[in-house]
Design a protein around this ligand. Structure first.
Ligand SMILES: C[S@@+](CC[C@H](N)C(=O)[O-])C[C@H]1O[C@@H](n2cnc3c(N)ncnc32)[C@H](O)[C@@H]1O
Length: 285
């Protein structure tokens, strides 16, 4: 069958469960690009390409999974974050576009001539730390997570991207096994309220790991732990960079203010939502 016919059929099928036309189109091209090992722009100018029976069968199977609301990134087992290929499975959170703003902010802080020691706390796929490593030369990154699956995936990603020499992966319940002091701690912790989980989309509820998303009954549990403990793991002039929920700005600000963090600043993401909290350790001069 020709690529254009496959796209037509898939569009009809997916449109029966996904209303947003742009999402249908991007899901189809995302899957086809991994299936055929071609970029989306290459696919768009090769619509008469003949697709083998075998690839057609695989795509049919992928489409069935998507019709059942499985996210495309779990189907292809790979995604892109900050332009970097990131491997993943359904035991780790899918890296989100808004988290790229967190990386932007850390990279603005890092000066080329200086050496930095950074902790990516609650690392998931390792996407945040990996993007920092890829875009700096003198940075050393420690990655930590509580669960075995993210630890395994982060190690795999570091290996396939050839970044093992500047990194270490630590299994730790928050700061429990952290023994070093850092210049920067960066984290996108779980921050959804327990009661709000069930109103998220089916893609998330049925497929993404709950323990990567829920931040206790108020969604703030991890921020409280970080505000109370992170300064012990930061050097004198160290800084914290955190992703926050779009509606958590004032609550998270207060948590850090009450623990005497300095120069607290909230940065908006590309959709103009408050998204990143930056603060200096309470002991900074
Ligand atoms: C929102 S995900 C972020 C993953 C990744 N940093 C990203 O931005 O895609 C939160 C991560 O926190 C981890 N986590 C949950 N509880 C934890 C704990 N007590 N200590 C350390 N990590 C934890 C989860 O396994 C998950 O990988």
């Amino acid at each position: 069958m020709k690529l254009k016919n496959i796209i037509e059929e898939a569009t009809l099928l997916l449109s029966s469960v996904i209303e947003d036309k742009a999402e249908v189109k991007s899901n189809i091209f995302f899957m086809l690009s991994y299936l055929l090992n071609k970029s989306i722009s290459e696919l768009k100018i090769n619509l008469d390409l003949n697709i083998s029976k075998e690839k057609e069968k695989t795509f049919e199977n992928w489409l069935k999974r998507r019709l059942n609301f499985e996210p495309v990134q779990y189907i292809t087992k790979e995604t892109e974050f900050y332009g970097i290929p990131i491997k993943l499975d359904n035991k780790v959170l899918i890296p989100r576009k808004e988290t790229e703003t967190l990386v932007d902010e850390v990279l603005k802080e890092i000066k080329k001539s200086k050496t930095y020691k950074v902790l990516d706390l609650a690392c998931g796929t390792g996407c945040i730390g990996i993007a920092i490593l890829k875009n700096t030369v003198k940075t050393n990154l420690d990655f930590s997570d509580f669960y075995s699956a993210p630890i395994k995936i982060t190690k795999e990603n570091l290996k396939s991207l050839n970044l093992e020499s500047r990194s270490k992966v630590i299994k730790s319940d928050m700061f429990k096994n952290i023994e070093t002091k850092y210049d920067i701690i960066v984290s996108n912790p779980p921050y959804i309220k327990k009661s709000e989980f069930k109103i998220l989309s089916l893609d998330i509820i049925n497929f993404e790991p709950k323990n990567a998303l829920i931040g206790g009954s108020d969604g703030l549990e991890f921020y409280k732990k970080i505000a109370t403990n992170a300064f012990k793991y930061l050097k004198e002039k160290g800084k914290i960079f955190l992703e926050i929920g779009y509606n958590q700005e004032s609550e998270v600000f207060k948590i850090f203010k009450n623990k005497n963090w300095k120069d607290i600043n909230i940065i908006k993401d590309l959709s103009n939502n408050p998204r990143i909290l930056i603060a200096k350790t309470p002991y900074s001069l």
